[in-house]
Design a protein around this ligand. Structure first.
Ligand code: XIL
Length: 316
């Protein structure tokens, strides 16, 4: 059975993938995309630099394709993202006046959610806000607006789309450590002060053999506060040769890792689903960013099935 059907049968969870619409007309890509998944995240198409590259100039092409795909196959979309320190154009990052920055942010959120609020299930409103030591990361948002930017960004989103599930999404929070503890404390403050927040995204860009043993405990830091925790960008990178190929030992370790992460979601009643950050090694961002590592997805460079695919299916 397709992953999506197995996930649906498991307390109505979704099984999703990042979608690069550059491949929207590539049959090898879409034959898998259309059948295995019922949740899609625009891999880049909804990022600020893509969707509003100049002030007042919107490019809806890619994001419209993601929404259309979800409608075509009967799936849902997680939006991604508004406030981040990356992939944000310089007309935004050069702003130094707080009121000006807030009005540009509100304009952006109102435009994107005005168009898509009925088409999105959830959205990573804030992306990667923390440093590993738990402090807030430098960005135009933090530098100009201070810590309040977190609440401001969330509130603008709530005002524009009252039914949208609002997420903060980050990496290295998948174990109980300084970063996840700091985020849990921020969320606690939000809950006490009426700042809107519905979920936390655990990106889950893992290294083969190194899925944190306390992944489930880290999820509980948030689900015990009444939030959802979704696995939002799962991939498992392993050592590869010059051709981008991993050996069978690593592929089996990787399969076990995928299974562990899927099981952690299934074991938590407030984990709505798992999203992998691309399903094929042919497109994965990993080799371009982590030298000597790759082969991070359940399908290979030639779209062949890898052990991870069967491991996910049998865990679901
Ligand atoms: C990555 C995309 O996969 C790449 O195509 C792009 O060049 C850079 O961004 N964390 C995130 C994602 O939240 O948006 C990033 O996606 C991967 C890390």
């Amino acid at each position: 059975s397709p992953l999506r059907s197995l996930a649906e049968a498991n307390q109505n969870r979704y099984f999703g993938t990042a979608f690069q619409t550059f491949y929207a007309a590539d049959d090898r890509y879409t034959s898998i995309l259309d059948t295995q998944f019922d949740q899609f995240t625009p891999e880049n198409e909804m990022k600020w630099e893509v969707i509003q590259p100049q002030r007042g100039v919107f490019n809806w092409t890619g994001s419209d394709l993601v929404i259309a795909k979800a409608k075509e196959v009967g799936g849902i979309v997680r939006g991604h993202n508004f406030c981040w320190d990356q992939q944000t154009p310089s007309y935004v990052t050069n702003i130094t006046d707080p009121d000006e920055l807030k009005s540009v942010l509100k304009e952006h959120i109102d435009a994107v959610l005005g168009r898509y609020k009925d088409d999105l299930y959830a959205m990573d409103i804030i992306n990667e806000p923390l440093n590993d030591n738990g402090t807030i990361k430098a960005s135009v948002w933090y530098d100009v607006l201070g810590e309040d930017y977190l609440a401001t960004c969330l509130q603008y989103a709530r005002d524009a789309a009252p039914d949208l599930k609002l997420y903060i999404n980050d990496y290295n929070i998948e174990s109980v450590n300084n970063k996840s503890i700091a985020l849990a404390n921020i969320v606690k403050g939000f809950r006490a002060n009426g700042v809107p927040i519905d979920g936390i995204g655990f990106e889950s860009h893992f290294i083969g053999g190194s899925v944190p043993k306390d992944l489930q405990a880290s999820m509980k830091q948030f689900t015990d506060q009444g939030l959802d925790v979704a696995i939002t960008e799962l991939d498992v990178r392993v050592p590869v040769n010059n051709a981008g190929i991993a050996n069978s030992t690593w592929l089996q370790i990787q399969a076990d890792d995928y299974s562990t992460v899927v099981q952690a979601c299934l074991d938590n009643g407030n984990c709505p689903g798992v999203t992998i950050w691309e399903f094929t090694d042919a497109i994965s961002w990993i080799p371009g960013v982590f030298a000597g590592q790759g082969a991070a997805c359940p399908y290979g460079l030639e779209y062949e099935v890898k052990p991870a695919l069967g491991a996910i299916a049998s865990t679901l």
